[in-house]
Ligand binder design. Structure first.
Ligand code: SF4
Length: 772
């Protein structure tokens, strides 16, 4: 596989800095003692520490209790950003006044492309509709030396796997499914834009040292079971909170049997259980994948490292490495699974799905089957689905449900086109959408007609299925499954159809699918695709001007948030008490709102509009002190105008879902100072601190019941805690009906994060340091 010219030039910047990492690993071994056995995640993370001694020894019982204790100050190798989150990341980066990014970076235009009729019409329409934003991103990329992947070039995680991910790499991505790159042995972590800015300006990026959850794979997949089923099953075992604070590290003999892209799928959906990231060790299938994607020299370098003595082998775990927890999955007995609706951890084995549908009275038919996306559009996925379509065509069947295919990148699209896979889908009635997120992120002009709120089902091979995510209809139940299973089920249109056991009637008699077969990699190599969809080179050009029109409704330069007052908060008010699930979609909805990602005042109009009022069960109905009611953003704006700062009270896993930093920026912009919850999702908790909002958890969860909307709240101990770098306790004094009660809270503020809050935001601090 020869290296295309554009990649040849860039291969140096795409190769992890192996000599430096090996040297660091040596330092880490010295600091911790040579007998200390390390997991793979520890090897890669600790080799990216700015100062191993400081991070690994302070507050960790002399290096014995690093996991869950140490604050790691890391220097990632690379940053990737998608178009929706890149806007705010770049606006923040620009306010630091640097001429170029400190590490290689890429921008991928994928989230803002609507899916409807097919790539040929959808893509030009979306480009026209978002021109101002794409022009902004492209000009900023050129100015600061960021590789720019234009609209239609592919979905961030697929492009990253094909071009940037590599064994031993550490990268940050401004998207929660960044861990997809772990399929190729990288530590890849989803973050908000402010965190990405740390790496872009060469400031260390801080992470509480994660615990390590080992997933031991034994046996080998066969028949209908696919890598997707590994993670669907694991999500069921762990639940949406089970991975919080952990890196999921796969190991065991079953690893050797998986394709590189299959491993990517497993890592992608580790985001659904809240894991910091997921990764696989360097494996036999990585080598042909790296060669096929024109990165032979990286494969060779990785093979060289893998042949070093174990003490220097950066790319696999030490043989006696100890995991904080181990889950074993036997691939040989693994059944296909279907997860959903409304939450990715509601996992049902295929054999039981029919009875669960009947018991729960879920719809027995479904309107659309959607395959592909960043999660499942590999050559293996698509050729397995293609084989199902061919079986059905030979039996004279046509899909009963609408059938959509989203290729993850131009490279995979062009390859599938050349190999006639796409024409097989199209001639069966399928619609091939643009190489972009489309329906996965609510950019779906759905035309098959269920009314808003009406219960209906769809099946997708995507990763996330919160209410309203795909078509803006909270009645739509999105069931997650492998592409091959969805393809087969689309021919029956029935949610209770089990292609492993059931038949479909045809004029020639009953037809039953055989288990799908596919190919891990294309025998003729990957096609390069359209040259206009290749990235621009990552070389800075200071002469480029980045223009933001002051009258724009899509982009607005950022004003710094005010610093923390020199006093405690004396009269915050509870803006809203949220009941139940509160995801980043709840706090900052996607779909049509994506167009305002670069305009903080405009996108703030959607703040918390999906949140359920704990007192009344209404969605997006907030009550002011005088009893009048209005939408949550309206009340927040009214209070902001009055100078009334506020807090939100919420339940568990507040901010689960994505890395969307707007879910922190918007409340901050509107006057939010504290979020008080039973627990937080990791990325969101960090995002809040970066934007100067204090996330607090209840010391006693039952205190959630003490608070109501509009209660007046004062802080006690917060200022001292911030000034003491996180050492101290914070209490909230709640005043209502002339009475005061005290709520004890917990926090996870590190010294650096206290600095962010005191300065008003992390960016304020970075900008101040830049000026000093
Ligand atoms: Fe795009 Fe969906 Fe993947 Fe996110 S999960 S990157 S929205 S395809």
């Amino acid at each position: 596989h020869s290296i295309p010219s554009h990649q040849n030039e860039d291969l140096a910047s795409r190769t992890p800095p192996y000599p430096k990492l090996l040297e660091r690993l040596g330092t880490v071994r010295k600091v911790l003692g040579s007998s200390r056995q390390l997991t793979l995640a520890e090897k890669i993370l600790y080799s990216h520490l700015e100062n191993p001694e400081e991070s690994l020894l302070s507050n960790t019982n002399n290096g014995r209790d690093i996991r869950g204790q140490a604050n790691l100050k890391l220097k990632p190798d690379r940053v990737a950003m998608q178009d929706a989150s890149a806007q705010m990341a770049l606006l923040q980066f620009m306010s630091c006044g640097l001429p170029s990014t400190a590490v290689p970076a890429s921008i991928h235009c994928d989230h803002m492309i609507v899916g409807e009729k097919g790539a040929d019409t959808d893509l030009p329409n979306s480009i026209a509709g978002n021109k101002e934003v794409f022009d902004f991103l492209e000009s900023a990329a050129q100015k600061y030396g960021i590789e720019f992947w234009p609209p239609g070039a592919g979905i961030i995680h697929q492009s990253v796997l094909e071009n940037y991910s590599a064994p031993g790499l550490m990268m940050l991505g401004t998207d929660s499914h960044t861990p997809n790159a772990g399929g190729l042995g990288a530590i890849a972590i989803g973050v908000g834009g402010a965190d990405a800015v740390d790496a872009l300006v060469d400031a260390p990026w801080e992470l509480k040292a994660p615990k390590i959850l080992g997933v031991k794979l034994v046996g080998e997949l066969s028949g209908w079971a696919s890598p997707k089923d590994v993670i669907l099953n694991l999500a069921g075992q762990l639940t949406v909170r089970g991975g919080t604070g952990f890196v999921i590290e796969y190991f065991g003999p079953g690893v050797q049997t998986l394709s590189a892209t299959g491993m990517g799928t497993c890592c992608n959906m580790g985001a659904e259980v809240g894991a910091t990231t997921s990764l696989f060790p360097f494996s036999p299938s990585h080598v042909p994948y790296l060669y096929a994607t024109h990165r032979g020299p990286i494969a060779q370098a990785a093979q060289n490292i893998a042949s070093l003595p174990m003490a220097q082998n950066l790319l696999v775990a030490d043989p006696e490495a100890v995991y904080d927890k181990v889950i074993t999955i036997d691939l040989s007995t693994l059944e296909p699974h279907i997860n959903g609706p409304f939450t990715p951890d509601l996992s049902t084995p295929l054999s039981k799905f029919k009875s669960v549908v009947e018991e729960k009275k879920w719809p027995t038919t479904f309107g659309a089957g959607l395959i592909g996306s960043c999660t499942n559009s590999s050559y293996q996925d698509m050729t397995r689905a293609e084989e199902i379509v061919k079986q059905a065509c030979a039996a004279g069947l046509t899909p009963k449900a609408d059938f959509f295919v989203t290729p993850g990148s131009e490279q995979i699209r062009a390859t599938l086109d050349r190999d006639d896979t796409l024409s097989t889908f199209s001639s069966a009635g399928g619609t091939v959408l643009a190489n972009a997120c489309g329906p996965c992120i609510g950019q779906w002009n759905r035309t098959d007609g269920p009314k808003k709120g009406e219960a209906n089902a769809i099946f997708t091979s995507y990763n996330r299925n919160f209410p309203g995510r795909n078509d803006g209809n909270r009645g739509t139940m999105n069931f997650l499954a492998s592409p091959e299973l969805i393809t087969a089920m689309s021919y029956s249109g029935s949610t209770t159809f089990n292609p492993m056991t059931d038949s479909i009637q045809t004029p020639a008699g009953p037809f039953k699918f055989s288990p799908p077969k596919g190919y891990d990699l294309p025998s003729a190599g990957f096609a390069e695709g359209k040259s206009e969809l290749l990235p621009t080179p990552g070389v800075p050009d200071p002469s480029v001007e980045v223009v933001v029109d002051p009258k724009s409704t899509r982009l607005a330069l950022l004003d710094p948030f005010p610093a923390f007052p020199n006093t405690e908060f004396t009269s915050l008010r509870v803006l809203y008490k949220v009941k139940g699930q509160c995801t980043t979609d709840t706090i900052s909805a996607a779909g049509p709102w994506l167009k305002y990602k670069g305009h903080l005042p405009n996108i703030s109009e959607n703040t918390l509009i999906g949140a359920v009022n704990a007192a009344t069960d209404e969605v997006n109905v907030a009550y002011d002190v005088d009893g009048s009611n209005m939408g949550i953003p309206e009340l927040a704006k009214k209070w902001k105008a009055q100078g009334q700062e506020w807090l939100v009270v919420a339940e568990h896993n507040y901010g689960e879902g994505s890395a969307r930093e707007h879910a922190a920026l918007q409340p901050r912009y509107l006057g939010g100072r504290i979020i008080l919850a039973k627990s937080f999702a990791r990325i969101h908790e960090t995002n809040l601190k970066k934007q100067g909002i204090v996330p607090l958890t209840f010391a006693n969860e039952s205190d959630y019941d003490v608070l109501s909307a509009c209660d007046e709240v004062a802080t006690r101990g917060l200022l001292d805690t911030l000034r003491a770098g996180g050492k101290g306790e914070v209490e909230l004094v709640v005043k209502k009906d002339g009475q005061e009660s005290v709520i004890k809270t917990r926090h996870t503020l590190s010294q650096d994060q206290c600095g962010f809050v005191l300065a008003g935001s992390a960016l304020n601090l970075l900008a101040r340091r830049g000026r000093e």
